[in-house]
Design a protein around this ligand. Structure first.
Ligand code: FNR
Length: 339
């Protein structure tokens, strides 16, 4: 059998050597609390590239300090972050993987002592603060922060940018009727709720020509949340704006139980891909090579994002290849051991 999982995938000028993506995962390891990359990050990301993931994506990286989930998050709100991010990139590129950065603003889910912000003054839960309702000026400032972050991502050497529009963080808060109760142009209709993301994308594209992904939550597990009709509208607009791939996760908008099972979010990625013909990424309890191969062979998604399985085993791609009946070449340094 010819493996599609291990075949290259090209987006604009970037070619991934396979379809396996390390899913963005917060590591709460910026020990100095200033958003700078630490030795842990260098080892963590490089080891997944050595393990032969085709694309290694950083955790949610904050575009402003008040947009962090925790004080230990990675940041990209200042030029001083570039040196550390460059070092992360060098480690990833050393092993032939491509690199991506997830740009994020936590909105009302920022677990910080400083004031926090959201589209509407509704707290996520009793533990987190009530966010300040963002003024039009606040909105413009955050859009500019995403643009500046994209410029810094470029200067840091990333191949791909992903905007974090999922899990109830700021972009998702604007998209969702559960969290966006605004009466201005940024709230109300589906079109208006999309306005913030639309403007973030446009601003980023002023400084970034490379592949641009957006992660969304394709199900909010709440009857008054966004529906598939809304998601198809957003996906259609993203396609028109030139987004290269939608990475489809789910949940996190309001506290609601999720009952995960293998591939539990896959149907959302599949439906968005089928109905809007935009490339998608599948994520969520994809733990086996055969499962990942099935997803790409049946064209249910273009890329497969692996989270916890890659935390447990940085060499997950090798394990997946073995399940599919072949031994993966690389890392080059280990080649003699397999002879
Ligand atoms: C995550 N996830 C996540 N998602 C995201 O978009 N940005 C992030 O920074 C994080 N952070 C994060 C930290 C940790 C420790 C975990 C386990 C997860 C979600 C992650 O990318 C993925 O979507 C889920 O874990 C589901 O995929 P798996 O783990 O079942 O393969």
């Amino acid at each position: 059998m010819e493996s599609k999982l291990f075949s290259p995938y090209r987006i604009k000028d970037v070619t991934l050597k396979n379809r396996i993506v390390m899913s963005p995962m917060c590591m709460y390891s910026s020990d100095t609390q200033d958003g700078k990359a630490a030795p842990f990050h260098f080892a963590h990301y490089e080891s997944r590239a050595a393990g032969q993931a085709g694309l290694v994506m950083t955790e949610a990286t904050a575009v402003v300090p008040e947009g962090r989930i925790s004080y230990e998050d990675l940041g990209i709100w200042s030029d001083e972050h570039i040196a550390g991010l460059k070092q992360i990139n060098e480690g990833i590129h050393r092993h032939g993987a491509a690199s991506a950065i997830q740009l994020a603003h936590a909105g009302r889910k920022a677990d910080l002592k400083d004031p926090i912000y959201g589209p509407s003054p509704l707290p996520f839960n009793e533990q987190l603060q009530t966010p300040n309702e963002m003024s039009l000026e606040d909105i413009q400032n955050v859009i500019t922060a995403f643009k500046n972050a994209a410029r810094r991502a470029d200067e840091s050497g990333f191949d791909i940018i992903e905007l974090h529009g999922a899990h109830g963080y700021l972009i998702n808060e604007f998209l969702s009727p559960l969290t966006n109760k605004r009466s201005d142009n940024y709230g109300g209709s589906t079109e208006n709720r999309y306005r913030f993301l639309r403007e973030v994308i446009t601003a980023v594209q002023e400084v970034w020509n490379g592949p641009l992904f957006v992660r969304i939550s394709g199900n909010e597990y709440h009857e008054e949340g966004n529906t598939m009709k809304d998601f198809l509208y957003y996906a259609g607009e993203m396609k028109k704006q030139g987004i290269d791939l939608i990475d489809v996760s789910s949940g996190g908008v309001v506290p609601a139980p999720i009952h995960p099972f293998p591939g539990y979010q896959l149907s959302y990625a599949e439906e968005i891909k089928r109905r809007t013909a935009i490339p998608t990424g599948a994520v969520g309890l994809i733990t086996h090579g055969i499962q990942a191969e099935e997803i790409v062979q049946n064209e249910r998604a273009e890329l497969v994002f692996i989270g916890r399985a890659l935390l447990r085993n940085p060499y997950w791609p090798r394990q997946a290849a073995e399940e599919l009946g072949f031994t993966l070449e690389g890392p080059r340094q280990y080649a003699r051991a397999w002879k």
